[in-house]
Ligand binder design. Structure first.
Ligand code: ZN
Ligand code: ZN
Length: 133
């Protein structure tokens, strides 16, 4: 894991400091699309010197360098996804968990995108997950 983490950070021009490595490792091991706050809560026990600002700045740096993608479906907070491949999300309105969803073809009418430069794609569903139903 450590070699993979160091390599990914370095490849994205990010100096692999200990907190950055831990935060990226957390994102790789947990596909729960965490917020700044939940990453902080999960890691502060292991890294007592960690602050919310460090987590925020680190995730922001990861975003800038394309190492993570943002999920902007909750108006109150950004959630972060360590999986940067194109996939969709389903948020449960009961438990708030964001699940990955996968699709083959969006059946977009290409003509409607004529002249636009696409920089990000987000596919978002919401409803109730099987556990909460
Ligand atoms: Zn649920
Ligand atoms: Zn995802």
């Amino acid at each position: 894991m450590n070699t993979f983490v160091t390599k990914s950070l370095t490849e994205h021009n990010i100096k692999p400091t200990f907190p950055r490595m831990k935060i990226y490792e957390y994102l790789m091991e947990h596909k729960n699309h965490p917020s700044v706050d939940s990453v902080y809560q999960e890691l502060v026990e292991e890294i007592p010197t960690l602050s919310r600002t460090t987590v925020y700045n680190t995730l922001h740096l990861f975003l800038e360098r394309g190492l993570v993608q943002p999920i902007l479906i909750n108006e109150n907070e950004v959630r972060y996804d360590g999986d940067t491949t194109v996939h969709g999300h389903f948020m449960c309105r009961e438990c708030g968990v964001i699940h990955d969803i996968f699709f083959q073809d969006l059946n977009l009418d290409d003509a409607s995108l004529d002249g636009f430069q696409v920089e990000q794609k987000q596919v978002y569903y919401n409803g109730v997950c099987p556990q909460c139903k």
